[in-house]
Design a protein around this ligand. Structure first.
Ligand code: UDP
Length: 213
């Protein structure tokens, strides 16, 4: 794709990820932080794959003047997620709507910061429209929750009688994740507008419809 972008002089965006920060020792994570990644672990193919893609983007930018944009996308959710793709927001909402146990991995003290999809799309469009800034740039919502708090919030919003069920934490699961979005605020005049309660309500409505079908 970078070769094609070079040939046709296209602007090209990499949907990178907060995973490039691995299990971060810096909190919140800003773009200057180089990350803490296990190169041979369970998540390495994802983390190192995205890191290597960033490297290639910046090499093409430096060597061939390719017009790149690299956005580091933090946890994002919203309507039209797949019910069975295993992500935490979709899993918990589907489980809560069916009054099944909520599957918390570990003790639920790990944190994530969840961005509603419409905010994310606006951030990405702004990045593509911005002149002469390759990134990388963090996009995400800095409102941080523990996974247990998220489960409790979803149970409440769905009026569910689901119970919390705790199981083993997957290997190298990051303990904390929260974007520092100062750069996005400065460069894109962007910050998320939709709080987690409103975003979850819209997402719950979507899953209610597809579960009833
Ligand atoms: N998680 C969980 N139960 C689930 C799915 C995920 O407790 O049914 C946890 C997972 O271990 C991680 C967090 O929720 O700590 C976010 O997981 P997800 O796969 O959505 O995103 P990522 O790990 O890439 O942040």
């Amino acid at each position: 794709m970078l070769g094609l972008a070079k040939r046709v002089k296209a602007k090209i965006l990499q949907a990178s990820t907060s995973e490039v920060y691995g299990d971060p020792v810096v909190h919140p994570q800003d773009e200057k932080y180089w990350g803490n990644v296990n190169p041979i672990g369970m998540r390495a193919c994802y983390d190192e794959g995205k890191r290597c893609a960033e490297t290639l983007f910046f090499d093409y930018h430096r060597q061939n003047n390719v017009n790149i944009r690299v956005v580091r996308i933090f946890n994002t959710y919203g309507p039209r997620m797949k019910a069975n793709d295993g992500r935490v927001v979709s899993n918990f909402i589907v489980q809560a709507l069916k009054n099944e146990d909520i599957t918390i991995f570990g003790d639920g003290s790990q944190t994530r910061s969840f961005c509603y999809v419409d905010d994310m799309v606006k951030g990405i469009v702004n990045t593509m429209d911005m002149a002469d800034f390759p990134g990388p740039i963090n996009l995400g919502n800095p409102q941080e929750f523990t996974i247990k708090e998220l489960a409790e919030k979803i149970i409440k919003l769905t009026n569910s009688v689901s119970k919390l069920q705790f199981s083993r934490l997957p290997e190298d699961d990051p303990a904390r994740r929260k974007p520092d979005i100062s750069l996005a605020k400065e460069k894109l005049s962007w910050e998320p507008a939709i709080g987690v309660d409103d975003g979850l309500k819209k997402t719950i409505e979507f899953f209610k419809k597809i579960i009833d079908e």
